[in-house]
Design a protein around this ligand. Sequence first.
Ligand code: SF4
Length: 169
Amino acid sequence: MSTTTKQIPYKPAQRSCYAVWEITLKCNLACNHCGSRAGDARVNELSTAEALDLVAEEINRCGMICSMTTGGYGISRTIAERMKQAGINQVSISVDGMKHTHDRLRGTIGSWTYAFKSMQHLNAVGIPFGANTQVNRHSAPEFPRLYEALVDAGAKDWLMPEQKPGRFR
Ligand code: SF4
């Protein structure tokens, strides 16, 4: 394990462009709206260690801000610590409504609860995080309650991507 990477303070206003890399197709959720059709890993993908130790460190070394978007199902305290050490500066966790709605849309019972556990772990290691949410007829009525839950969890921002959410429109 390498030593902690020097991290650049997170200042969204300074960003002028983004580079996005879908680093794996492997996923432990089964979202109805998944645009990547994720599930199994591609052949010859980077390992988790390679992704963290090579890619995240190199992004920071080049002076870019390294962030991650995740379904948030399975970020343990140990993984959060590894993310911090690798130089991941900001995380966006997908949260598609309150518990029942999220678990239904994400195809996994318990995924809402774990998404908020992941936020606790990120908080504990000092990685700022926000949330991203699909807008649809199931999630939208829950936005006031979801807003309160995200604020209570410590979310710094809340993004609603402009994309068509499949059959949940
Ligand atoms: S979390 Fe959901 S939307 Fe994201 S890659 Fe996995 S299945 Fe697709």
